[in-house]
Design a protein around this ligand. Structure first.
Ligand SMILES: [Ca+2]
Ligand SMILES: [Ca+2]
Ligand SMILES: [Ca+2]
Length: 268
């Protein structure tokens, strides 16, 4: 697995953060719909899962979850004392939290796979790879953007875009270092690039995801279940329109041009 982080420079990340607030027209999740904290206290191979519907379905201007439903889960993989050394997840105060005790190893998931009907149980833990019904993300932008408020360790996350059960693209990111208030971006084009996906995660048995036809989105945190103490807080996940990003970068370049002109005038 390629461990090279897909991090962007701080200046660029700041520009991205501004553009998210200014002009994103389709959210993935603003984490404003809460889910109470819960724990997995068993190393039985079964995750604890919770599901919630958005009380303001799309296209309400108050909609904050793509597909109107979010599933979160925690799977305690190993622990010397599961009842007391374990892991939890929650969505409260506008942010998602995953916490893993020292010496525990756990994986956490966030799924956006539409309402829980058919293949999903009441808790939403099973992924429905076509539950979003084929959303065209290219209509909404060209990058995923997610704000990590805090991570006390470097963390690994797999971001998976599904078109259906056999067409998906998985990309692993690894921050290597702790994170504080940083915006990460992942280009849609990366998920449609066979060589990049093969090198950084993997594709479905029938091929890559088509971001014109998205059936589900999934984030797997700490997919290796490694045993470090982890506290991770994620804020808004959105799609970012390229024109807004370019115009912000362009404004930065214009600003540099203006100061160069001022220096010239001062020297004249
Ligand atoms: Ca369990
Ligand atoms: Ca669901
Ligand atoms: Ca699900």
């Amino acid at each position: 697995m390629n461990k090279k982080p897909l991090l962007l420079g701080t200046a660029f990340a700041m520009a991205m953060a501004v553009s998210v607030n200014a002009s994103a027209d389709r959210v993935i999740d603003l984490f404003s719909v809460t889910q109470a904290k819960f724990f997995d206290v068993t190393t039985n191979g079964v995750a604890e899962s919770r599901t919630v519907n958005d009380p303001n379905p799309y296209p309400s201007p108050l909609n904050s979850i793509i597909g109107d439903n979010r599933d979160i889960s925690v799977n305690l993989i190993n622990s010397p004392d599961p009842a007391n050394v374990n892991a939890s997840a929650s969505v409260t105060a506008g942010v998602y939290n995953f916490s893993q005790d020292t010496q525990a190893g756990a994986e956490a998931q966030i799924q956006w796979d539409g309402s829980n009907v058919g293949v999903e149980g009441a808790d939403g833990g099973i992924l429905n790879p076509t539950g979003l019904g084929g959303i065209n993300l290219w209509d909404t932008g060209s990058l995923f953007s997610f704000d990590v408020i805090f991570a006390d360790q470097g963390f690994t996350a797999d971001v998976i875009v599904y078109t259906d059960a056999t067409h998906f693209s998985r990309i692993r990111i690894d921050t290597v270092v702790p994170v504080s208030n940083q915006t990460f971006s992942l280009a849609f084009a990366a998920f449609e690039n066979a060589a990049f996906v093969a090198a950084n995660g993997g594709a479905g048995s029938a091929g890559l995801a088509d971001l014109n036809n998205v059936g589900a989105l999934q984030v797997i945190l700490n997919p290796l279940g490694t045993g470090l103490s982890i506290d991770l807080t994620i804020d808004n996940i959105t799609t970012v329109p390229e024109p807004a990003t370019l115009s912000l970068l362009g404004m930065g370049l214009l600003g540099m041009g203006a100061s160069a002109r001022r220096r010239k005038l001062a020297n004249a």
